[in-house]
Design a protein around this ligand. Structure first.
Ligand SMILES: [Zn+2]
Length: 280
């Protein structure tokens, strides 16, 4: 499943295909995604210019001229591919799982493909975006100024769950998924088993830069390529080559002074990887 770095990478890649482009042709082949594509989707998009593409949590938001915002989510297996005019890889016919095709006045083509259909494409009026059911309960963005030791201290002090589980809580901080939670805790030397409320001020202070550093490195690497994720131009991310603990059970800890071995445990039905020797 794409996490924040993968969605950020897709969003950045799509800007060149969509931002300041005017949608001329909108074809919906299947409406029954995670939530149904609205029946007036085509009419509300056609002729509209995409003024800005941004990301909120794992949603890609396309701000249109006029009243609407296009909301896209890749779900488990969704992909958004952009093609320029004359691209030899550009398809002439929709593939089996291409549910939506968008063409622009500048002759770029955007294909939304999703074999499992857990993703979504929908529209929301700009003035209702903050209260949209998908967005209204989301926590803070980890790469924004809102992430401070003070925020973490307030958010974690009441939580008895393990810190690894607390980091995945999208109502606190959005976009930290299972892979990155393990990597963040390793970098911060914090055991994933510790109750969130037990972290000392020093540990909470160490967590903030670790969250930022791991997510930023993953974005710089174009995300991690696992299963179905690819970037908007079909390139593969490479952060999986930089994993320090994730998916490395039984291998020696990468910290020079540490002789520990990476362990895999299960927390809240998700795999956690950590070094019991240098994470306390
Ligand atoms: Zn270690």
């Amino acid at each position: 499943m794409p996490e924040l770095p993968e969605v950020e990478t897709v969003c950045r890649g799509l800007r060149g295909f969509l931002e300041h482009h005017t949608l001329t042709d909108v074809v919906v082949r299947r409406r029954d995604l995670r939530i149904p594509i609205p029946s007036d989707f085509e009419a509300r998009l056609r002729g509209r210019t995409v003024q800005q593409l941004s990301r909120r949590a794992k949603y890609i938001l396309g701000f249109l001229d006029g009243d609407d915002v296009l909301i896209a989510h890749l779900g488990m297996s969704g992909r958004l591919f952009g093609y320029r005019a004359g691209d030899p890889k550009r398809p002439t016919e929709p593939a089996k799982h291409d549910h939506v095709w968008l063409r622009t006045e500048e002759d770029t083509l955007l294909c939304y493909t999703d074999p499992r259909r857990f993703g979504l494409l929908t529209l929301c009026p700009k003035n209702k975006l903050a209260e949209h059911p998908l967005l209204k309960d989301l926590g803070i963005e980890p790469l924004s100024a809102e992430l401070t030791p003070r925020f973490l201290s307030d958010a974690l002090s009441r939580k008895q769950v393990p810190i690894k589980v607390a980091l995945l809580d999208q109502a606190v901080i959005v976009g930290i998924g299972n892979i990155y939670a393990s990597e963040i805790l390793f970098r911060a030397h914090i055991s994933p088993l510790r109750p969130a409320s037990s972290l000392t001020p020093t540990e909470r202070a160490a967590l903030c830069p670790s969250i930022v550093a791991i997510l930023q490195r993953a974005i710089d690497a174009g995300g991690s390529t696992l299963r179905d994720y690819v970037q908007a131009d079909g390139e593969l991310g490479s952060f999986q080559d930089l994993f320090a603990v994730y998916d490395r059970e039984g291998t020696p800890c990468q910290r020079r002074a540490c002789r520990g071995t990476i362990q895999r445990i299960v927390q809240a039905a998700r795999a956690t990887y950590f070094c019991p020797s240098c994470q306390h």
